[in-house]
Design a protein around this ligand. Structure first.
Ligand SMILES: [Zn+2]
Length: 389
């Protein structure tokens, strides 16, 4: 799995890596289950304390209490889990309680943190100790050494390590370091308008369009096949469980591919352009227009990544109002062609006789409306075209 920047505050960077499959992962499974057990124990203590005193149990008192319990033979299995992981659990519960009390003070309704099912407990976090990164792709957690798929050097000082089990039973490491997330990209002076589409993912006003990968479409046959297999299996059978797992694996692979494509593209675009204008996404309308394929493309999650990278790099992403008729307006003379139909990919302006490519024309209009809204002056798309040609 690729290592990619995730969305964190400040100058932190998260590296994600999958652990090799090995029997040792059961040790980690046990620790995750144990973390769940301790979590529920802490919740029970909190609830009892709250019932008695109507206030929150102090986090240090709680940690001390757990440390004492670990010495008793009845709780000696708790010693398997690093003390830092226990501290993290106590602190997290403390945070949610503080939030609960603050909400209560302001009359906002919210619940206290509640018990979690064993099967829903998925991870534990270590801070400064309890693990060690070794040479190559090895990591020591507790007293065991594990290997992971390493696609990138881990930069910076490690702040936390989270060990997480996913639906498929694979274990992932999330390593948060203080490395600077991304360098600020230099100013390029480039301004573009962009229009999302089905075949062409992005039509860019300077002509440098981005084609759609349609991973989902490519994998549709595989998904259909796996789905069919699943439906033929007997309910509650082992084979059915296996088939469901392989379907989940397929979905996950596609999601990973899509996310990689989004990050890569967002990175490229935010390097290249200083200002990018878009139409405000109207997912409902797009779905009515294009049907299922829209979820393949996941414009919305792409925009989130793009906006995030732009904010880090000091670039501007701006969405123009939803009601600007960007496709129907002639970008040369301003004539509005009201009867434009969806299937018309090209149209000729009856006023100035210009032949328009539907999406390209929209990208020009998005650029112009965006630029004038932000007061960048009258940016002529044809001029930028000429420069880039
Ligand atoms: Zn015209």
């Amino acid at each position: 799995m690729a290592t990619k920047p995730s969305i964190t505050k400040g100058q932190m960077k998260t590296f994600c890596a999958k652990l090799y499959k090995s029997k040792k992962k059961w040790v980690l499974y046990d620790q995750i289950t144990l973390a769940g057990e301790i979590y529920n124990h802490c919740i029970a203590l909190h609830k009892r304390y709250y019932r008695l005193y109507n206030k929150s149990l102090n986090v240090y008192a709680l940690i001390n209490h757990i440390t004492k319990l670990k010495k008793l033979s009845r709780y000696k299995h708790w010693r398997q889990l690093g003390s830092q992981a226990i501290q993290d659990i106590a602190e997290r519960i403390d945070k949610s309680y503080k939030l609960f009390f603050r909400n209560q003070k302001h009359g906002i309704k919210s619940g206290t943190p509640h018990f979690k099912k064993r099967t829903n407990y998925k991870s534990f976090t270590l801070k400064q100790s309890g693990y060690k990164l070794l040479d190559g792709n090895r990591i020591k957690i507790g007293n065991k050494i594990y290997k992971y798929f390493k696609s990138q050097e881990i930069e910076g000082n490690v702040k936390t390590l989270t060990i997480k089990r996913d639906k498929l039973g694979d274990i992932y490491l999330y390593i948060v370091t203080d490395a600077e997330n991304l360098k600020v990209a230099p100013r390029t002076g480039e301004i573009v308008g962009c229009d999302f589409g089905l075949k062409t993912f992005l039509t860019v006003s300077n002509g440098e369009d981005v084609e759609s990968p349609l991973f989902f479409h490519q994998n549709r046959i595989a998904i259909r096949k796996t789905n069919r297999k699943l439906s033929k299996k007997q309910r509650l059978s082992n084979n059915r469980r296996k088939a469901r797992k392989s379907l989940e694996r397929l979905h996950k692979r596609i999601a990973n591919k899509r996310s990689d494509f989004h990050w890569k593209l967002a990175n490229e675009l935010t390097d290249k352009y200083d200002f990018m204008f878009f139409e405000t996404l109207n997912i409902k309308a797009m779905q009515m227009l294009w049907g299922k394929k829209i979820s393949d493309l996941a414009f919305f999650s792409f925009m989130l990544k793009l906006k995030y990278l732009a904010s880090v790099k000091g670039k501007t992403i701006f969405c123009i109002g939803r009601f600007v008729p960007s496709s129907k307006t002639c970008s040369v003379c301003g004539y509005v062609y009201k009867d434009l139909e969806l299937k018309e990919r090209e149209w000729r302006c009856p006023e100035c006789n210009t032949l328009h490519d539907r999406d390209r024309n929209a990208s020009y209009n998005i650029l112009r409306v965006g630029a004038s809204t932000l007061g960048l002056g009258d940016v002529s798309p044809l001029q930028t075209m000429a420069i880039s040609a």
